[in-house]
Design a binder for this molecule. Structure first.
Ligand SMILES: Cc1cc2nc3c(=O)[nH]c(=O)nc-3n(C[C@H](O)[C@H](O)[C@H](O)COP(=O)(O)OP(=O)(O)OC[C@H]3O[C@@H](n4cnc5c(N)ncnc54)[C@H](O)[C@@H]3O)c2cc1C
Length: 598
């Protein structure tokens, strides 16, 4: 059976030693009182819930899956899921980082981020039920009317109701401009919605008395394409004026998808058969309103892969210490045993360190991003708010695509550490690989993320935001450039930072002449950018570790941080050279290959 220990010490390192979050919170009126002890105590309790309640349901949830009663359209998730959700609500976890005005506890997003890392390690399929609700909360908070906020937010915050995100239709996923669900005004301020949605996560279940669907649809006078999409809130049960549950709204689950992974989450086909909804935000501006939810979800998907990478690593590490097989190439390491533990073999160590580095880099990136979100929402200085917002926008596609692609590499490597046993269900390793696979697809495929990064966020503003990130790298290089001990961490990012400008200009120039050049380079480009970001974060983590060691701290934790950073720069970061080369190979070999693809 797999194991999971919440990585509290690693989280504390990133939160308190690398980013010194409580110093940052002091500048934000809403969080000025949040201290390290409070954060640590909350995360310790969160870890107990994740490891003790959600994790034991991971394998059974995968085996059992969800069941639909086609007569009633009701869905029963796997055994234990409902009870775990009840405990989650009783513990006040849905409210952790929500606005106190609606019953929230008002803690920073950064703390919620760590809660969700642990939940995702424990059970990604279960975690998607509360996870989607949090996204719906964010979208309604940003764009809902006062009435909608009053009706829905307290229930989403308390966890009494959950939320969903209904975008995808059978004929359109990436290209939402083609969506057909209709919304007709009823003359009383409400709309009648008709259409079909597919692939709706947490789309139906029995945890709560109501489900709040956020649905994209077209008004009768909508312009064609993505400029004609509006956002509606469509509850499963209508809500009476006094807030009580009203009659059933005709928005039904008509089927459940049979999937490769996340079996415990109900991925619903939804028929909307004249259901009543209300408009969220302005007419035809639904995609922009939904983007609040989608951006939160994109960071959330990166966090799913961080969670799976961490839990896969923990299991692979324990196995590699225990499993004996063959002798070390450099002589017996466990002479008392029949063979050496497999952790002595260089390639097994490489697989383990790959997963460890990808987990630690992702954790630092996720905390970095959520701290920027906290600043974007709550910093008193407008310039800090604006800069933080821009940086999160730049980093969001990197979190979504780089961390989930790395999660694929890492969970596969960890499964490989188990040899044939990794392929066998009872060890739980193949489930981590299967569950991670969807993270590269939903919330905009990783290809779409790379086009968003290169096309919109880099070339779209002539590299202005990228330069802002480059400035952060430049500051670190200036700070540590003369420190010999930091050279192995600083030199690679200084070099890549310089190359990045030329690389970006070159693709931009080629793309100006032929847009397919951008499409052909984007995926490689995002990975290079991802390594620049990870490189910066690993250098910062190494900086803290070196300072501690120089100050006489003998805790092996800091030596481990240095060794992981060293491994990262030696074995993972150098793929940037190959990626730049393949990006530069251009679009011609792809677009001229009609005969090969005939
Ligand atoms: C388990 C699961 C849960 C989901 N949950 C939700 C949910 O809760 N709510 C929701 O609304 N949706 C959800 N989805 C849908 C998901 O977001 C879409 O599947 C995804 O966005 C891709 O859309 P698609 O499947 O239609 O693929 P398509 O859009 O048909 O894409 C097919 C391929 O073409 C590529 N492609 C498309 N356009 C371009 C382009 N311009 N350039 C380069 N490549 C391109 C894509 O990258 C992809 O590889 C879920 C899907 C799954 C499987």
């Amino acid at each position: 059976m797999p194991i999971y220990t919440p990585p509290l010490r690693d989280m504390q390192f990133v939160l308190h030693e690398v980013f010194k979050v409580t110093d940052e919170f002091k500048a934000m009126p809403a969080h000025a009182e949040v201290d390290a002890d409070t954060i640590n105590a909350v995360l310790e309790e969160a870890g107990k819930f994740a490891a003790g309640v959600a994790f034991p349901l991971n394998i059974s949830g995968d085996t059992e899956g969800c069941k639909l009663d086609t007569a009633t359209h009701e869905v029963t998730p796997p055994k234990g899921f409902k009870e775990a959700y009840r405990q989650y609500v009783e513990g006040g976890w849905p409210a952790l980082s929500c606005d106190p005005e609606y019953g929230g506890q008002g803690l920073p997003h950064t703390v919620n981020q760590c809660l969700y890392e642990m939940l995702n390690s424990a059970n990604q399929a279960w975690t998607m039920y509360p996870g989607l609700s949090h996204g719906a909360y964010e979208a309604l908070l940003a764009h809902g009317t006062d009435e909608q906020k009053k009706t829905y937010l307290p229930k989403l915050v308390s966890g009494e109701w959950t939320g969903t995100m209904c975008l995808t239709e059978p004929h359109c996923g990436t290209d939402l401009g083609m969506l057909r669900t209709k919304a007709e005004p009823q003359g009383d301020g409400t709309y009648k919605l008709t259409g079909n949605k597919i692939f709706i996560s947490a789309g139906e279940h029995d945890f709560t008395e109501n489900i709040v669907h956020l649905v994209l649809a077209r008004l009768p006078d909508a312009p064609k394409g993505s400029k004609g999409i509006s956002l509606f809130v469509v509850p499963k049960f209508k809500v009476n004026a006094d807030g009580s549950i009203g009659e059933r709204n005709p928005i039904f689950c008509t089927g459940l998808e049979h999937k490769m992974g996340i079996h415990g989450n109900a991925t619903a086909q939804i028929a909307i058969d004249g259901a009543t909804g209300t408009l969220v935000g302005e007419p035809h501006k639904g995609l922009a309103a939904m983007f609040v939810m989608m951006n939160a979800a994109r960071l959330g998907v990166g966090n799913q892969s961080l969670g799976l990478t961490e839990v896969a690593f923990q299991n692979a590490l324990a196995y590699a210490k225990d499993r004996i097989q063959m002798r070390s190439l450099s002589g017996k390491k466990a002479p008392d045993k029949e063979a050496d533990p497999i952790i002595v073999h260089p390639d097994v160590r490489k697989m383990l360190l790959t997963a460890k580095a990808y987990a630690e880099g992702a954790r630092a990136l996720q905390v970095f991003c959520t701290l920027l979100l906290d600043k974007a929402h709550g910093h008193p200085d407008e310039k800090v708010r604006k800069d933080s917002d821009e940086l999160v926008a730049l980093l969001t596609p990197i979190v979504k695509a780089f961390v989930t692609d790395n999660g694929h590499v890492a969970t596969n490597a960890c499964m490989q550490v188990f040899g044939g046993h990794g392929f066998i269900k009872e060890w739980g390793m193949e489930q981590f690989v299967r569950d991670n696979r969807i993270n590269m697809i939903y919330e905009g495929t990783n290809t779409i993320q790379s086009l968003d990064l290169l096309g919109r966020k880099v070339l779209g503003n002539n590299g202005a935001t990228l330069k802002k990130f480059g400035k952060l790298v430049g500051q670190l290089v200036a700070e540590e450039g003369v420190n010999e001990k930091m050279a192995e961490f600083i030199n690679p990012i200084a070099y890549l930072g310089d190359q990045m400008t030329k690389f970006t200009t070159e693709i931009g120039f080629k793309g100006f002449q032929n847009p397919d050049e951008v499409g052909a380079a984007a995926v490689d480009y995002l990975r290079v950018a991802g390594h620049l970001v990870f490189g910066y974060l690993f250098a910062r983590m190494a900086q803290v570790a070196l300072r501690e060691i120089a100050a006489g701290n003998t805790d092996p934790f800091y030596v481990a941080k240095l060794q992981t950073a060293r491994f990262y720069f030696a074995k993972l970061f150098p793929e940037t050279a190959t990626l730049m080369r393949t990006a530069r190979a251009g679009s011609k070999v792809l677009m001229d290959a009609d005969a090969a693809l005939a």
